[in-house]
Design a protein around this ligand. Structure first.
Ligand SMILES: NC(=O)c1ccc[n+]([C@@H]2O[C@H](COP(=O)([O-])OP(=O)(O)OC[C@H]3O[C@@H](n4cnc5c(N)ncnc54)[C@H](OP(=O)(O)O)[C@@H]3O)[C@@H](O)[C@H]2O)c1
Length: 299
C-alpha cells in the first residue's frame, strides 16, 4: 500500500516509516521544512510538503494514498487545547477525502487520556473530567464517528513512554530534572504506574493496525506498566544521586509545570486485546533495561 504518514519526520514517525518500507509498503511523508523533507528522502520515502495548518495539503496527501497514519501533533503544552483542536481539524480534513473508501485512517492518542488509578482497557473511553484527556479524547470520538462514514479508522493510544534511542519526551525530562535538582525523585510511595513501550515495537503496532484493524478499533501501544519509584531508582543509580520521595506539593516545585502534574499519575493499561487482535509480539527490551544499558545517559 502507499501510505500518507503525517509526523513521518518525528521520533516515532521515522521508525513507522522504516517499518512500513521494510514491509513492502511505500510512504508519502508530510514535511513542513527542508530538513524534514531531506530526512524522509534519506529514509526512502516520498515527500508531501505542507503542515498541519494546511488542510489542502493534508487532503491531497490522503487522496494520493491507500491509507493514512496520522502521527503529527503540535506539542504546545502551554496551549494544549488548541493543539488538540488542530489535531481534530487535520483528522476531519483527511476523513473528508477518505469517506466511503474503506481505506485505513490510523490516528494517535495516549493512554493518559484514560481514567487514572485503575487498569484501562481498549474498551474504555477517555476521562471527560480531566481537561487534557477530554481535549485529546475528542480526536478519538471523531475517529469513531468517521468509522461510520466508511473509513477503516483505528485509534492508537500510546504509552507516555516510547523509549529508545532518540526519545525526547518524559525520560530525558526526568533525567534532566534529577541532574538539575541533585536528586532523583518520585511522589509519595512511588508505586504509581506509567505504561512504557520500546519505539520499535510501537512501529510494528502501527503497521499491523494499518494492515488489520477493523473500523472503529482502539489499540493500546503498551508493553508494560512501570512503577515510578523503579524509574527514579535507576536514574539515581546511573547519576549517583540520592533517590527521594516528594509530597504532591513538593513535586510541583521539584518537577516544574510540565512534569509536575503528571509524575503522580497512576495509569496502568492493559494491552491484551491489542496483542490478540493484531497478533503483536513484543521483541524489544524493557524500559528499565533501556535506562540501564541504552543511550539515555550518554553526554
Ligand atoms: N514520544 C512519546 O513517548 C509519545 C507518547 C504519547 C503520545 N505520543 C504521540 O505520538 C505522536 C508522535 O510523537 P513523537 O514523539 O514522534 O513526536 P515528535 O518527535 O515531536 O514528532 C512530531 C512530528 O510532528 C510533526 N509536526 C509537528 N508540528 C507540525 C505541524 N504544525 N505541521 C506538520 N507537522 C508537524 C513534526 O515535524 P518536524 O519534524 O518538522 O518537527 C514531527 O514529524 C504524537 O502525536 C505524540 O503526541 C508520543
Amino acid at each position: 500500500m502507499r501510505i500518507f504518514v503525517t509526523g513521518a519526520s518525528g521520533f516515532i514517525g521515522k521508525s513507522v516509516t522504516k517499518e512500513l518500507l521494510g514491509a513492502g509498503h511505500t510512504v508519502l511523508g508530510l514535511a513542513r521544512s527542508d530538513e524534514a523533507a531531506a530526512a524522509l528522502t534519506a529514509l526512502g520515502a516520498d515527500v508531501k510538503r505542507g503542515s498541519l495548518y494546511d488542510l489542502n495539503a493534508l487532503k491531497q496527501g490522503a487522496a494520493a494514498s491507500d491509507g493514512v497514519i496520522h502521527l503529527a501533533f503540535v506539542h504546545d503544552f502551554a496551549d494544549f487545547a488548541q493543539s488538540c483542536q488542530t489535531d481534530q481539524e487535520a483528522i476531519r480534513a483527511m476523513g473528508d477525502v477518505l469517506a466511503g473508501s474503506s481505506r485505513p485512517l490510523i490516528i494517535t492518542s495516549a493512554t493518559m487520556v484514560l481514567p487514572h488509578g485503575r487498569v484501562g482497557t481498549e474498551d474504555d473511553s477517555y476521562d471527560p473530567l480531566w481537561p487534557k484527556s477530554a481535549a485529546r479524547g475528542q480526536s478519538e470520538t471523531l475517529a469513531k464517528s468517521l468509522a461510520s462514514e466508511g473509513i477503516r479508522t483505528a485509534v492508537m493510544r500510546l504509552a507516555p513512554v516510547s523509549h529508545g534511542d532518540g526519545d525526547h519526551m518524559f525520560m530525558p525530562a526526568l533525567i534532566a530534572t534529577a541532574r538539575e535538582k541533585g536528586a532523583s525523585a518520585y511522589v509519595g510511595d512511588g508505586l504509581n504506574r506509567w505504561p512504557a513501550v520500546h519505539y520499535l515495537d510501537t512501529a510494528v503496532a502501527y503497521r499491523l493496525a494499518l494492515e488489520k484493524a477493523r473500523p472503529g478499533s482502539v489499540f493500546h501501544v503498551v508493553a508494560e506498566d512501570v512503577r515510578m519509584k523503579d524509574i527514579a531508582a535507576v536514574i539515581g543509580e546511573k547519576l549517583s544521586l540520592p533517590v527521594e520521595s516528594k509530597s504532591k506539593e513538593e513535586a510541583q516545585a521539584h518537577f516544574g509545570p510540565f512534569l509536575g502534574p503528571l509524575v503522580s499519575v497512576d495509569n496502568p493499561t492493559s494491552n491484551r486485546k491489542t496483542r490478540e487482535v493484531l497478533d503483536w509480539h513484543l521483541r524489544e527490551r524493557t524500559l528499565l533495561a533501556d535506562l540501564r544499558d541504552g543511550k539515555y545517559f550518554e553526554a
